[in-house]
Design a protein around this ligand. Structure first.
Ligand SMILES: NC(=O)c1ccc[n+]([C@@H]2O[C@H](COP(=O)([O-])OP(=O)(O)OC[C@H]3O[C@@H](n4cnc5c(N)ncnc54)[C@H](OP(=O)(O)O)[C@@H]3O)[C@@H](O)[C@H]2O)c1
Length: 329
């Protein structure tokens, strides 16, 4: 039987999501990869246990994580039943709907029909009565935003979710979504944007909107799917995400990118960190970032990413050096 580590709350910092009542761990774990039906169940289970033992109280899912679609939620449900039932009130579990999930006109995008049916399916797969956060996974250009936000509001009012979130909305869409949700009486808790040293789009307005409106952010792929680590410095390892050549493409790991990664790796070493640790610390340097949402394929990566917390401070000189490398100077 799994008994969580007594010391699990000793070192993880918890950061408030905007002006809400909810604190999230500085590092959260996502189940997009490595928890599907095709993956090793015990490895996934070991990563979740290790994460929780280190104070990671937040696990992030979506309806279509796998492969196959839905299977990460099923895997999580099985692990939850075996290990985490006694800890339900210590956990923040999120899921999402917004990408393609089932065939036909009601299994994708942002209709009320799709979002609420999907949430019911997610709860069933995970064996949960409610999720803590339900997200609209991406904006739908054809559905009125009032309808998608209305579905989030219903999810919360019906007790299927405690909080509402949005993902992949740009700054303007985010401002609008926040306004609609506020008028409905279900404030937007959090935004989930992609953000890392290699992808800095949220700095162009999104973070400003979130700060002004008191909405948190949990940034996904802070390691740029593993590129921001020492994993690819000597080629493409057979057990890596890039080797699967699907979400992270081999062609995207060109010499110019590797040259930057080598330089960043040097800076990380000077800071006494691995590059993965520095990548996590770097996104957390911005107080508008509530949590760094990492993925892992091994327990050792959970440890490494959490070790980032030992050095979260950057000098102005270090930040300048990093910006210089990223700008190719
Ligand atoms: N809202 C959205 O649209 C959206 C989109 C994408 C992701 N997400 C969420 O964000 C989560 C994280 O995304 P992500 O998996 O792309 O994040 P990431 O942390 O940037 O990348 C994770 C990958 O990096 C490698 N890695 C992790 N820690 C490492 C370490 N310490 N040293 C060396 N390599 C390391 C592993 O790759 P290997 O497998 O190669 O070992 C791991 O699978 C997802 O699980 C999901 O919950 C949300």
């Amino acid at each position: 039987m799994y008994v969580a580590d007594d010391k699990r709350y000793d070192s993880m910092p918890y950061r408030r999501s905007g002006r809400s009542g909810l604190n999230l761990p500085a590092i959260s774990l996502g189940l997009w990869h490595n928890f599907g039906g095709v993956d090793n169940f015990e490895n996934g289970r070991a990563m979740l246990r290790r994460a929780f033992d280190l104070g990671i109280t937040h696990f992030d899912l979506a309806n279509n994580y796998g492969p196959p679609y839905g299977s990460a939620e099923e895997t999580f449900g099985q692990i939850f039943k075996k290990d985490f039932v006694p800890y339900r009130d210590e956990l923040i579990i999120s899921t999402k709907a917004g990408w393609d999930m089932w065939p036909g006109p009601y299994g994708d995008f942002g209709s009320r029909k799709y979002m609420l049916a999907s949430l019911d399916q997610s709860l069933k797969r995970m064996g949960l009565e409610y999720v803590d956060i339900f997200y609209h996974h991406r904006p739908d250009p054809e559905t009125p935003m009032e309808e998608s936000m209305g579905a989030l509001d219903t999810a919360v009012r019906s007790g299927r979710a405690l909080y509402a979130g949005i993902s992949a909305y740009d700054a303007k869409q985010t401002a609008e979504a926040i306004k609609i949700l506020r008028a409905l009486g279900t404030p937007c808790l959090i935004h989930q944007p992609k953000y890392s040293m290699l992808v800095r789009d949220p700095e162009q307005g999104l973070f400003d909107v979130l700060e002004k409106e008191g909405v948190g952010s949990i940034v996904f792929s802070p390691l740029a799917q593993g590129l921001l680590s020492d994993r690819y410095l000597q080629g493409i390892p057979a057990d890596s995400r890039a080797a699967r050549d699907f979400y992270l493409k081999k062609k995207d790991i060109g010499e110019d990118k590797l040259a930057k990664i080598r330089e960043l790796n040097k800076i990380a070493k000077e800071r006494g960190q691995t590059l993965a640790e520095m990548a996590v610390a770097w996104v957390l340097r911005d107080p508008r970032v509530t949590s760094a949402l990492v993925g892992t394929s091994k327990v050792s990566q959970v440890d490494d990413n959490v070790a980032a917390l030992k050095n979260l401070k950057f000098s102005a000189e270090e930040l300048r050096k990093i910006d210089g490398v990223l700008a190719g100077k």
